[in-house]
Design a protein around this ligand. Structure first.
Ligand SMILES: [Zn+2]
Ligand SMILES: [Zn+2]
Length: 103
C-alpha cells in the first residue's frame, strides 16, 4: 500500500499582512525588531506593527512521554532515528521513530 504525503510548510513570510488597527494593507517598511521581525508602519493610521515571520518549529520532533519536554536527535540508524529527552540525564526517556521514506 502506498502512502503519499504532501509537504505543506510553504513559507508565508511574504504574505500580505494588514494593519491590526484599521485593516489597511498599505504600509511602510520600517526595518526590523531585535527579534528579526519585520516592522511596518501603516500608511493610513501610522500604527507600528510587526510581522511574525517564518516560524521554525519542527512538528516532527517528538516530545518526551514522561516529562513533556522536546526531544532531540540522539542517534540515527538505518531506518530509525532515536530521540533523547532534553532533560537527560535527569530523564532517561527516549523514543525511536521510523523514518518515512518513499520507496
Ligand atoms: Zn492602520
Ligand atoms: Zn523527559
Amino acid at each position: 500500500m502506498a502512502v503519499s504525503r504532501s509537504i505543506d510548510d510553504a513559507g508565508d513570510a511574504d504574505q500580505p499582512s494588514r494593519c491590526p488597527a484599521c485593516g489597511a494593507d498599505a504600509y511602510y517598511r520600517y526595518g526590523k525588531t531585535a527579534n528579526g521581525k519585520a516592522r511596518r508602519i501603516c500608511l493610513l493610521c501610522q500604527r507600528q506593527y510587526t510581522i511574525d515571520g517564518a516560524r521554525r518549529e519542527r512538528p516532527d520532533r517528538p516530545v518526551c512521554p514522561l516529562c513533556g519536554e522536546p526531544m532531540h536527535v540522539y542517534r540515527r540508524q538505518a531506518g530509525f532515528t532515536r530521540y533523547r529527552c532534553r532533560n537527560y540525564p535527569a530523564c532517561r526517556s527516549y523514543v525511536k521513530v521510523a523514518d518515512e521514506k518513499g520507496g
